[in-house]
Each structure stands twice: as structure tokens, then as C-alpha cells.
Ligand binder design. Sequence first.
Ligand SMILES: Nc1ncnc2c1ncn2[C@@H]1O[C@H](COP(=O)(O)OP(=O)(O)O)[C@@H](O)[C@H]1O
Ligand SMILES: [Mg+2]
Length: 322
Amino acid sequence: MKNRDERCDIKLKTEIIGNSDVIIKLLKDITKIARAEAPVLISGESGTGKELIAKAIHENNPRRANHPFVVLNCGAIPSELLESELFGHVKGAFTGAEKCAIGRIAAADGGTLFLDEIADLPMSQQGKLLRFLQEGSIDPVGASKVKKVNVRVIAASHVKLETAVSNNEFREDLFFRLNVLNLHSPRLAERQGDIETLAYHYLNAFLSTTVTPARNFSNDALIALSCHSWPGNVRELMNRIQKALVMCEGKLLEPDDLGLCIPDRYANAEVIDLESARQAAEKKALKSALEHAGNNISQAARALSVSRMTLYRLLDKHKLRI
Ligand SMILES: Nc1ncnc2c1ncn2[C@@H]1O[C@H](COP(=O)(O)OP(=O)(O)O)[C@@H](O)[C@H]1O
Ligand SMILES: [Mg+2]
């Protein structure tokens, strides 16, 4: 319970879920960083919640929270459009520029600009971004004078920027300018204690919007969730639960529905808790009786010394199909 209490002590407005040690540490660091104004660089694998971290930094900065939080994914915009997307342009600056556009930096004035996948920012734009970070002004495409803006920049990258710098793909001076404050977003597998909490969060969230017979996870499903390595992190967890709810046929989501399996050490474990052991033994007995009886219900029921009705009920309970 220690971590739950610690989490309650942290007064941070955020959608980040979790009570694991790494999340408690992250939330404490966000609290400190949110008060500051310097740029922040967030590292961490895809799907670990880097955008949620950036949003929390913005929303907990008392001077900026009521101003815009603007997101730009540098990898999602064709490089020839990036300059005008970032810095804006004046009318007639280039073919097709029928109106002036203010660009994302100016749109974030007073607030925060989150530059996701910053390693994808082409070299041609890196110098311009550096100038904006140093001088606090932008130079819209085709404009004759610069424009002062007050924007805090938070950048994120799933590739190590140090590596991009040593490969001459990212300017070292820009890296240092962005990396004044830094945070690391932990992998889901490093946050074992949070997997079940997040799983129930998404189960409940999707239950209200999905047509599904499912109401809960089976014990096996909870074991499978905690044993998986989660290369796609929280985004993968969310997607697996969403898909399982659509495709499942019973009241309990099984490992199969989630596209996961239970490692042998659990399937054959000598000691789990007594109830799980009992359920596992029951399921095993049902499977083997059916197999021996060639799926003949009356014969399997006799072998198990139960009525046919009881056997049907047990098959239903264990999601066994003939
Ligand atoms: N700790 C967390 N608590 C709640 N939701 C999370 C958490 N981490 C990630 N998510 C969710 O997972 C998805 C991916 O997060 P995102 O911030 O886009 O990841 P990244 O930018 O690192 O790829 C989002 O829907 C986000 O809301
Ligand atoms: Mg992202």
C-alpha cells in the first residue's frame, strides 16, 4: 500500500496511471520540471506515454496551463511542409500559399509546444528551430520581420538522440539546447505492478463503448498479461484489450482472446493459490475426460461422475468447446 499512499501525496494533474516505483519517481520529477521554463527532452520507447508526460508538464505549469498545448509529430509531416507548419508563412510565400498561416510555434504562444519524434526533424529545419530556442522569435516563411513568441518546448524521441548526433543526423548544439531537463518514460515491462491496474482501466473504458459478452479477465488472462514482455508498451496493452473484447465469446477474457499464452511454468505450476489450483485441476480433468470419450458428453460425464447438466455448466465455466 506504500505506493498508493505515495501516489495520493503527489498533487499532480495527469492522466498517467500507475503506482509502481518508477511511475512514482516519474510523477515526482514531472512535478519539479513543470514549475520550470527550460526545454525538456523525453526519451523512451513508443507507446510508453511520452505525450502524456509532456501534457502533464504543461498542465502543471501555473503560467502556461491556461494557454495552448500544441503537438507536432515531426515524422508525420512531409519535410517540405515542415518549415511552414512550424514557423508559419505569409500570403504568397510560395505556390499555393493563398492565405497566411501562423504555424504551430506561434499557435502555442504563452503555452507549450510538444515536438514528438524530434529525431525526424530534417537537418534543414534544425538550425531554424535552434535559432527560435535561443532567441525566442520566429521568422515565418516569406516574412520580412521576425515575431517574438513565448513558448516552452518539450521534445520527445524513441531513438537515442545521442546516437543520432554521433551519426551526424542531429545537430549537437540543438541536442544540448533541448536536453536541459530530461525525463525517461519507462517500458511497461519495468512497471510490473501497473500492468493489472492499466488492464482494468482499459477494460472498464472499453466496456462502455463495445458490444461484448465479456465482463472480466480470467485468472489465466491476468497471469498471461503479467508474463508478456510488452514490446509495444501501454499502446499494445490497450490494443490487445480492445481487440479481445470485440472477438471474445465468453464472460471472461482468456489469454487466447488477448493473443497471449501462459508460460509453461504457470500452466504446470505445483503451487499457485488454492482456488486457482482447483480451477486448473478441474479444467484439466474436463479436457482429459472429453478427450478419452472422443467428445461424447454422456461418456465423459460418467467418467467424471457428474450429471450431463453439470458437465455442460462446467464446460461453459471453463470456456471449453467440443
Ligand atoms: N502510464 C500511462 N497511463 C495511462 N495511459 C497511458 C500511460 N502510458 C501510455 N498511455 C496511453 O498509451 C497510449 C500511447 O501513449 P503516448 O503518450 O502516445 O506514447 P508515446 O508518445 O510514448 O508513443 C496513449 O493512448 C496513452 O494515453
Ligand atoms: Mg508519441
